[in-house]
Each structure stands twice: as C-alpha cells, then as structure tokens.
Design a protein around this ligand. Structure first.
Ligand code: ADP
Ligand code: MG
Length: 318
C-alpha cells in the first residue's frame, strides 16, 4: 500500500467526521485552510510521542492514537481554549494495515470525544513517532497563561493525581486486578479537561496541565508568575484504587509522577467564593500562592527556583 492510498483509506475519512466549521480546506491540498473567527485568538501547540520514550514498544495502536491526541488537547485545556482541529505527522516503520486500522479507529474515537477535526498531516516511513498539532480558539485576550498567579490566590487541581504514573508498573501485568485496571485506564485513556479549561477562563489567574508531575508543573506556574506557594500533602486528591495499591506511597505518585493530564490552576479567593458549585466540585484546593519564591510542601521547601525543571523523583531513584 502506497503513501497516498494509505492516507486516503485511513485518514481522509476521519477528516470528514467531526467537522469544525472553521476548517475551510482539510486534507488533500498542499495546506489546510482554517478561518479564524473574528474576535478570536488562535491557540496552538504541538506534541511529539516517540516509541520507547513516551510510550512502550508494541503499545496498542488505538490507545496510542488516543494518548497522542489527549496529550495535545490537554494543552488547549490548560489555556482555556475551545478545541477546533489538528494535524498529524505520523512516522511508521511499515504500512501494516491492521495496525493502521486500529490506529485510525482510536484516533477517530478521540477526535470525536475531544471535538477536534483532522485537518491534514504528513505520513513518512521510519521509527514509530507521532506529532500532533492542535488548534483551538479563545475570545481575544482571554487565554489563561502560566504567568498570572498572584500572592493570595488559591491553588486548585482537578484530580485525582498519580494513577497514570502508578500504571507504568502494571503495563505488563497479565491479569491486572480491578484496582490495577483502574489506574491503567488513566494511563491508556487520559481525559483532557477541556470543559474545565473553558470554565476557568474568566476565573483562574494561571493554569497548567499536569504532564510531568504536580510539583514540577506547579513550579512552572510559580516561576512564570514570579511567586512561591505552600501546599499540603493531605489535601492532594488521590483515587481509592491508587491508595489501595500503594498505601502511604500513593502521595509520592501524585506529587512526582506525570501523565495524568489533570489541570492545576490558581484562582483569586474572591473568584473561588463566587465560582459555580459545578466547577468547585471538579476541583480541590491544595494550597495558596505566596510572595516568597519556592514551593513549600507542609512547610518544607521542596522546589526552589531553577531546581524546578530538573526535578524528577523517579529518574533520580532509577
Ligand atoms: P505535500 O507533499 O504537499 O506536503 P503530502 O503528500 O505530505 O503533501 O500530503 C498530501 C495531503 O495528505 C496533504 O493535504 C496532507 O495534509 C494529507 N495528509 C498526509 N498525511 C496525513 C495524515 N497522516 N493525516 C491526515 N492527512 C494527511
Ligand atoms: Mg508533506
């Protein structure tokens, strides 16, 4: 099967499925054409997943497609952007039709679930690698940045955290228990918090999606905003499955491991007080932004200044 036949058979059909009105020209021409609604800012981001680095070798193709799109869509959520369309650069070692069929199936499911239409892409031969570029829109000037946190803001997370990180230990399990299946599902099918991101637009001062671990990602907000924070271990939301599996270590997964794609945001107390109950139910307050730089966990500095980006509990252990 040639490159063009492959694109026509597996990817063109997806492009017609979940039509974003703003995509004027989809796959098939030299470029896609997207009309930016007047009064909107275009928000876009690209993420690459490499086999053996970002996902295991021989990973299920339908799960891979879901993860790739979810990871990219999660960045739109963190900015408060409404999802619109995506392009896919796919590098595959061979044109294996059953792999492609399953991959396209997973991609279609994810695209529908996240409201993203396939606008184009590139297909090449080589070691399995995917890049997904997502486009979204926000009302002009209303994107949520990492840099807006102010002392006194409450720090909230959608949760629970840590499940996807713990799942890495069970990927090879032959007969996973119910709890193991539950955390595995968080790894295989992360749910980008798109609705929540939209709801946070006029409430949050800053937001980020938790891809590298709560401490690392919250630190990015603190550095970008030139502030510090105090958070409490006991407030971090944990799933009962993770708690049963890991006992008192569960919190370490929630603090240090990534792949959860929940949102962490800062909100002025006055805005939190008047936030709708439906929004509050999805969020847990874990701490407060402070003027002094550094991130304090139960009073002890865990991340200060430039340490933030290099902080990786599991890598250090290995
Ligand atoms: P060009 O050589 O002009 O860059 P390509 O041959 O790479 O064009 O792609 C032809 C068309 O097929 C383009 O419109 C491109 O967007 C689309 N396309 C290629 N690969 C994919 C893919 N994996 N998913 C969706 N569209 C794709
Ligand atoms: Mg090309």
């Amino acid at each position: 099967m040639g490159e063009f036949e492959l694109i026509r058979q597996y990817f063109m059909p997806l492009a017609r499925l979940h039509g974003s009105h703003s995509v004027v020209v989809g796959p098939g021409d030299d470029c896609a054409v997207q009309r930016v609604p007047s009064g909107s800012d275009l928000v876009f981001s690209i993420d690459t997943l490499v086999e053996g680095v970002h996902f295991p070798f021989n990973y299920r193709p339908d799960y891979l497609a879901w993860r790739a799109l979810a990871v990219a869509a999660s960045d739109l959520a963190a900015m408060g952007a409404a999802p619109s369309c995506f392009t896919l650069a796919l590098t595959i070692p061979e044109a294996n039709e059953s792999w492609l069929r399953d991959f396209a199936f997973g991609l279609g499911k994810a695209a529908k679930s996240f409201g993203l239409t396939l606008a184009g892409g590139d297909t090449t031969c080589g070691p399995l690698t995917l890049s997904v570029q997502v486009h979204g829109f926000v009302e002009q000037g209303s994107a949520i940045f990492r840099s807006g946190a102010r002392p006194g803001d409450l720090i909230v997370v959608s949760g629970p955290l840590g499940d996807a990180g713990a799942a890495l230990g069970y990927l090879e399990a032959q007969n996973p228990t119910r709890d193991e299946q539950s955390v595995l599902e968080s790894y295989h099918h992360p749910q980008p918090r798109l609705e929540l991101g939209l709801a946070l637009r006029h409430l949050a001062t800053a937001a980020i999606d938790v891809s590298d671990g709560l401490l690392a990602d919250l630190s990015h907000i603190l550095e970008a905003s030139n502030v510090g924070a105090s958070i409490e271990r006991s407030r971090v939301p944990l799933s009962s499955a993770l708690t049963r599996l890991k006992g008192s270590d569960a919190i370490d997964y929630a603090l240090h491991s990534g792949d959860d794609y929940e949102l962490c945001a800062t909100i002025a107390e006055a805005n939190w007080a008047k936030a709708p109950q439906s929004l509050k139910q999805q969020l847990t307050v874990i701490g407060v932004v402070e003027p002094a730089p550094g991130l304090r966990l139960d009073g002890t500095v865990v991340v200060s200044g430039s340490e933030a980006t290099g902080f990786d509990h599991f890598r250090r252990k290995a």
